[in-house]
Write a protein that binds this ligand. Structure first.
Ligand code: 2HG
Ligand code: ZN
Length: 462
């Protein structure tokens, strides 16, 4: 080590793995936003909770900023280290620590991927029902830090619903054992829920106990092509009221265009303005008939321009790929992302206003709309036009976000539904949270992170 501070860290925690090679700094210093140049001081890779706690204590004593780091699949810059921070990567802490068949819980280290959690739950005949496309790369610690949502929130809720215990090393260096797997605990403030969604600003998760669900029911997957968003909402209401929806996801013709350009297979002969992937539980005897009746009803109303019900798992996976492949298909464009929410009832009015705003004010942009309709969550990806330089593009996108934030405020919505605030949306936090709320959050942050070392510069400034 050449850096005296790192020498000291090395001496104080002799077994700790520290990386300082440029390739490692580059790799661990960025997330999927790819808008910041990584410049961390070093990467600390603790092997266990004790080492992680020792690193946080050392950082507090030496005023070294820490960026907690999982799979770095975040889209808001929450895991970016661009200012000489020490990245605290939990990637080596990726084990399943235990399964309790009576409690139906799985206790895991934070660096385990979501997919490995799914697999571990399935080995015990159960399920961890939070799910989204980055499952193979994202880690459960990052899911907890952002209260990740995904494609099954409609049915199962966000990550928050599934975390019954959390061990958190607070910025103060204290190890807090929160929730302890209790189903009921009416003994004051639930600090576990403060930590969930705090984006690494209060502490770092070193262990989580996850509640498991019954194994998923057999399902049917359908893809529908729809002429308008109003119709889409009608179809949503029909399917939700008549059947048991496991997922209801939408995307537009532009989204499908990019997925197909990336190697997908066109589902229909014609192009349609809107598409929906719906997954329906098929548990009881009458479910299949009820699904067909609902499908026919929607057809009969003239709501559905075209549709397909998957015949078997391979086709179901193929239909899902059209939705789940959107982010990947856009990645090479480095799109500017918005991830907003309004109440489901406000979706049509908000979408119409937002679409008009973009079409009239920014016709130069290819805007890709998709998301989780049943949760009132829209993803708005804006692509850089050919020939526009990146700085100009980002400046224009920030203008768009400012106007979107005002529109959202009028509709009572949020500037971040499930991706977090991080760096990307920090300037817009006051459109979603009142000054009084932000002041309370500042106070909480000061108590748990008295040295101001936990992910400084993210979420809001001191
Ligand atoms: C999804 O729903 C993810 O696929 C990513 O939240 C959204 O890329 C995006 O904007
Ligand atoms: Zn999403």
């Amino acid at each position: 080590m050449i850096n005296p501070r790192l020498d000291d860290l090395h001496r104080r925690i002799p077994g700790l793995r520290l990386e300082t090679a440029p390739a490692e700094l580059e790799y661990y210093g960025r997330d999927w936003t790819r808008r910041w140049t990584p410049a961390p001081l070093a990467i600390a890779l603790p092997a266990n909770a004790g080492e992680a706690q020792a690193v946080v204590r050392w950082a507090g004593a030496h005023q070294v900023a820490i960026v907690p780091s999982g799979g770095r699949t975040g889209l808001s810059g929450g895991a970016v280290a661009a200012n000489g921070e020490l990245v605290l990567s939990l990637s080596r802490m990726n084990r399943v620590l235990g399964f309790d068949p009576v409690d139906r819980t799985l206790t895991v280290e934070p660096g385990i991927t979501l997919q490995a959690v799914h697999e571990a739950a399935a080995e015990h005949g159960l399920a961890y029902p939070v799910d989204f496309a980055a499952r193979g790369s994202c880690s459960i610690g990052g899911n907890i830090a952002t209260n990740a949502g995904g494609i099954r929130v409609l049915r199962y809720g966000n990550t928050r619903e599934w975390v019954t215990g959390l061990k958190l090393v607070a910025g103060s260096g204290e190890l807090l054992d929160l929730g302890r797997g209790l189903v009921k605990n009416s003994s004051g403030y639930d600090l576990r829920h403060l930590a969930i969604g705090s984006e690494g600003t209060l502490g770092v998760v070193v262990e989580a106990t996850l509640k498991l669900a019954d194994p998923p029911p057999p399902t049917q997957v359908m893809l529908l092509a729809l002429p308008s968003f109003d119709v889409l909402m009608q179809v949503f209401a029909q399917l939700r009221d008549r059947l048991r929806l496991e997922a209801f996801e939408f995307f537009t013709d532009r989204a499908l265009h990019h997925v197909l350009a990336h190697g997908g297979q066109a589902p229909f002969d014609q192009v349609h303005p809107y598409y929906v992937v719906a997954e329906l539980a098929m548990e009881g005897e009458g479910d299949e008939a009820a699904m067909l009746a609902a499908f026919e009803h929607c057809m009969g109303q003239g709501w559905v321009s075209d549709g397909v019900i998957a015949q078997g798992e391979a086709q179901a996976a193929q239909l899902w790929r059209l939705r789940e492949g959107i982010t990947e298909s856009l990645a090479r464009h480095v799109p500017y992302k918005n991830d907003v929410s309004v109440r489901v009832s406000a979706m049509p009015a908000f979408l119409a206003e937002a679409q008009a705003l973009l079409a009239q004010g920014y016709p130069q942009f290819d805007v890709v709309w998709f998301g989780h309709i049943g949760d009132g969550n829209l993803h708005i990806n804006v692509l850089r036009p050919d020939g526009m330089d990146d700085a100009q593009f980002v400046a224009q996108c920030e203008q768009v976000t400012r106007i979107l934030a005002q529109t959202l405020q009028r509709h009572g919505g949020s500037i971040s539904a499930e991706h977090g605030i991080g760096l990307v949306k920090k300037a817009y936090l006051p459109s979603t949270r009142s000054a009084a709320e932000i002041e309370v959050m500042r106070g909480i942050r000061r108590v748990l992170d008295p040295y101001g070392i936990m992910n400084p510069g993210k979420l809001f400034d001191p």
